[in-house]
Write a protein that binds this ligand. Structure first.
Ligand code: ADP
Length: 460
C-alpha cells in the first residue's frame, strides 16, 4: 500500500486545478528553459571542436551530421520560443533531446573506435543533465528517455563498439535513464502535492472569507434591527426624565428612568460600534469627504469628551491647532476616531491625571495627532490584540466602569486605513499610552498665512 502510494503521482483535485498547474508551471519555467535549451544546443555545436581533434577518416560526415542536428534543434528551439501552447513546448523539449541522441547514434554507427566507444557517454549526459536542467514533465521524460534508451540498444548491432565498451556504456546509460526518470517523477510528485495543498488552502480561504462576510452581514442586520427599539427606549425615557407630559409618580421610578436612559445610551453606542465594524468588514461604509479646519475638528472632539473627563476626574490639556491647516477626509469619521481615542485615554487614566492632545507637523508634509495619557498602559504583547475586534486587555475595574465592546480601536484603525494614514500605539505598562494618528500629506490643505492685519483679523 505504502509502496503504491510512493510510486503513483497524486492526481489533481479538479481538472481546473490541473489546467492551472500546467499553465503556471509552463509560464514560470519558460524564460529559464528557453536559455537552457539554447545553451544545450550551443554545447552540442561546440563539440565539433572535439570532433576535429579526435575523429579520423570520416570527419566531414561527422561534422555534417553535427551541423544538420544543430540546425534541426535550432528550428525546434525557435518553434519552442514562439508557440504559446504548453503541451507543444513539452513535446519540443523531448524532440530536441532526441535529435541529439539520434545524431550521436548515427555518428557512432558510422565511426570506428575511439569515437564509437566514447560517444555513447554523451547520451547518458544528455539524459542526466538535460532532464535536470529543463525540468520536463514526467510523461515527457518517459517517452524521451525510453526512446533514447531503446534507440541505443537498436544501434548496438550496427556499431563497431567493443563488447567491453558496450557493457560500460550500457551500465552508465541505464543509470542515467533511471536517474532521469526518477528525478522527474519525484519532482512532479512534489509539485502536484504542493498544487493540491495550495488548492485546499484556497478553498478553505474562500470559505473563511464567505463566513466572515456572512458574519458581518448578520452583525449589520442584527445591529440595525436592535437600533430602532433602543432609540425608542432612549427617546421615551428622555421624555419621561424631563417630565414633558407631567411628573412620573411615585418619585422612586425616576431613578429607574435615569438608569434606563443611561443604559439605552450605552447600548446604542455598542450597537453603533457593531454596525460600524460590520460595515467596514463588507466595505459598505458611507464615506463623505470634505475639507475642514483641523483645529475645529480637534477642538470639537475634545469638547465632546470633556463631560466624561470631568466625571472621571481627568483633565484634558489641549494645545490649539494652527488654523491654517485643514484636512480633506470624512470629517465625521475623523472626529469619531479622535473621540474614541481620547475617550480611551480618559477611561484608562487615574483620577487626577491629565490627557494631552497635540498636533504635530512632521517634515514629510503630513500631520500627526497625538493623544497621550499617563494611565495604566498596555503590555507590548497586547498591542496587536487590542486592534482586533473585541480585543480588550483590561478586564478589571477600568473596562467594567465604562463598558465598551473592544471595537473602538478596530473602527479607528479601519477609518485611518481608509484615509491612507496609520494609527500607531506606543505604550509602557503602568506608565501610560500615546496613540498617534498620522495623516498623509495629500490629505492636508495648508492655507497661505495671512499677511495683512485685516487678513489676520478675518482668519482669527
Ligand atoms: P474598548 O475601549 O471599547 O474596550 P477599544 O478597541 O477602544 O475598545 O480598546 C481596546 C482595548 O485596548 C481596551 O479595552 C483597553 O484594554 C486597551 N486600550 C485602549 N486604549 C488604551 C489606553 N489609552 N490605555 C490603556 N489601554 C488602552
Amino acid at each position: 500500500m505504502a509502496l503504491r502510494r510512493i510510486c503513483t503521482l497524486p492526481s489533481f483535485a479538479t481538472p481546473e486545478v490541473e489546467a492551472a498547474f500546467w499553465k503556471d508551471r509552463d509560464t514560470r519555467l519558460l524564460f529559464f528553459r528557453r536559455w537552457m535549451l539554447l545553451a544545450g544546443i550551443t554545447a552540442f555545436a561546440v563539440f565539433a571542436v572535439v570532433d576535429v581533434m579526435i575523429v579520423e577518416g570520416n570527419l566531414a560526415q561527422v561534422l555534417t551530421i553535427r551541423v544538420v542536428a544543430t540546425v534541426i534543434a535550432l528550428f525546434f528551439w525557435g518553434w519552442f520560443c514562439i508557440t504559446d501552447t504548453p503541451d507543444k513546448r513539452e513535446a519540443l523539449i523531448g524532440a530536441i533531446g532526441l535529435v541529439f541522441v539520434i545524431a550521436n547514434l548515427i555518428i557512432i554507427m558510422g565511426s570506428a573506435p575511439p569515437i564509437a566507444d566514447l560517444l555513447p557517454f554523451s547520451i547518458s549526459m544528455i539524459l542526466a543533465f538535460g532532464f535536470g536542467l529543463v525540468a520536463p514533465r514526467f510523461r515527457t521524460s518517459v517517452w524521451t528517455a525510453l526512446t533514447a534508451y531503446g534507440l541505443y540498444w537498436a544501434s548496438v548491432p550496427f556499431s563497431q563498439t567493443s563488447t567491453a565498451s558496450i557493457a560500460t556504456n550500457a551500465h552508465f546509460l541505464s543509470l542515467s535513464t533511471f536517474a532521469a526518470l526518477a528525478g522527474t517523477f519525484v519532482r512532479e510528485k512534489l509539485e502536484r502535492e504542493q498544487a493540491n495543498a495550495q488548492h485546499r488552502l484556497s478553498v478553505l480561504n474562500a470559505k473563511l472569507i464567505d463566513a466572515d462576510l456572512a458574519k458581518d452581514r448578520l452583525l449589520a442586520s442584527v445591529s440595525h434591527e436592535l437600533r430602532t427599539p433602543v432609540n425608542a427606549i432612549g427617546g421615551f425615557s428622555e421624555v419621561m426624565q424631563q417630565g414633558i407630559f407631567g411628573p412620573v409618580e411615585p418619585s422612586r421610578y425616576r431613578s429607574y428612568i435615569d438608569d434606563i436612559h443611561y443604559s439605552a445610551g450605552l447600548l446604542k453606542t455598542s450597537i453603533d460600534d457593531l454596525l460600524e465594524v460590520s460595515r467596514l468588514g463588507v466595505q459598505k461604509i458611507a464615506w463623505k469627504e470634505s475639507v475642514e479646519s483641523l483645529s475645529r475638528t480637534v477642538a470639537s472632539s475634545v469638547a465632546i469628551c470633556q463631560a466624561d473627563a470631568q466625571e472621571a476626574g481627568v483633565s484634558i490639556d489641549f494645545m490649539p491647532v494652527d488654523k491654517s491647516i485643514s484636512v480633506e477626509t470624512d470629517q465625521q469619521r475623523l472626529m469619531q476616531t479622535l473621540i474614541n481615542i481620547i475617550a480611551n485615554a480618559i477611561k484608562f487614566s487615574h483620577r487626577g491625571s491629565e490627557v494631552n492632545v497635540r498636533v504635530e507637523s512632521p517634515e514629510d508634509g503630513g500631520i500627526v495627532i497625538k493623544v497621550t495619557d499617563t494611565g495604566c498602559g498596555i503590555a507590548p504583547k497586547d498591542l496587536g490584540l487590542i486592534r482586533e475586534p473585541f480585543g480588550q486587555v483590561h478586564t478589571d475595574q477600568y473596562n467594567t466602569r465604562k463598558g465598551g465592546l473592544g471595537l473602538g480601536l478596530t473602527i479607528a484603525s479601519g477609518f485611518i486605513d481608509k484615509m491612507e494614514g496609520c494609527l500607531d500605539i506606543d505604550s509602557v505598562l503602568g506608565k501610560g499610552t500615546t496613540v498617534s494618528i498620522k495623516l498623509p500629506q495629500h490629505r492636508i490643505v495648508r492655507k497661505p498665512r495671512p499677511t495683512s492685519r485685516v487678513e489676520r483679523a478675518v482668519s482669527a
